[in-house]
Design a binder for this molecule. Sequence first.
Ligand code: TXA
Ligand code: MG
Length: 352
Amino acid sequence: MKTRMMQIIDSENVRDEELREAARILRTGGLVAFPTETVYGLGANALDEKASGKIYAAKGRPSDNPLIAHISAIEELKPLVKEIPEMGRRLAEAFWPGPLTLIFPKSERVPYGTTGGLDTVAVRMPGMAVARRLIALAGVPVAAPSANLSGRPSPTTAQHVWQDMQGRIELILDGGPVGIGVESTIVDVSGKIPTLLRPGAITIEMLEKVASTVAIDPALMGKPDSMIRPKAPGMKYRHYAPKAEMTLVEGKTEAVVREIRQLVDEQMMAGHRVGILCTEETREQYPRGILRCVGARSDEEMIAHNLFAVLREFDDLQVDCIYSESFPQNHLGYAIMNRMQKAAGYRMIHAK
Ligand code: TXA
Ligand code: MG
């Protein structure tokens, strides 16, 4: 299959003509990658099992890993769900359109092929206007996982999508680099207490202002093992993984820098190519190794924005191992560290 790339001229003021072809492909059962405010999505008609099946094939995604149905307006929620629990309604009102995915009991209209066999469905109304307009023109809810090959970091530019999906899908809509850079927060509202399944830009602190209690899926607390099954099936896979072995180093910044310098020296003596994921504040302090800076420690939004691109760069640079600084786990830092721990396969050293 030949993949076409189409550039959106101005993402803030997208014209319908620019989206007609993409909408037609989605309506007729094809695959289109498109930008959202979190990461690029790989879209198909969520109500057409055959179409959503193509997503699994294109990504190499395990078929038990359910897809998020994206909608363009709140009226489109009702047909997809059995009921809208009070907490679901309140969270949707507070944070949609935006980087929040809610899990509801599914209606009969949503095929099991889209939900990975589950009786629940994940729904999100994206904040980016291009995405909403595309869904509206397609006239169907759009199932869309992140548009990466399964196991690679999520794409935050159309070029990342091209690297992974070239030859596998009909069309890539290029709307420029995404804003946020980490995937949406997922909250399950199908039970009594809303439960966080994946941290994102809608932080726990923000959720708690709307829902006084928010439970956290125990699987989020640490390294997944066979005893604790994550409620979001996708969270059990080693996601976001760079090809090289990555190790996180935590502790006071000075100690972290000292530890990483020592580890880098050891690895280089052994003849390895070593990557260092560092920050503006520390970049001058590493004399050796291949440095990539994710942003300033004081600006976690910038770190989230750059993280996946930096992991992909390390792949391109063909490093053998990566040592990375760590970040505080409150606010957006929780989502950042969740992705980094997964990328590192939970390898973490405490620097003293
Ligand atoms: O920001 C995002 O959410 C992006 C953009 C494209 O919207 N999409 C995205 O999709 O990250 P994906 O497929 O890469 O991640 C969806 C996660 C997976 O971990 C999946 O297991 C979980 O959501 N999920 C989907 N439906 C679910 C359900 N019914 N119950 C529990 N978890 C669900
Ligand atoms: Mg994904």
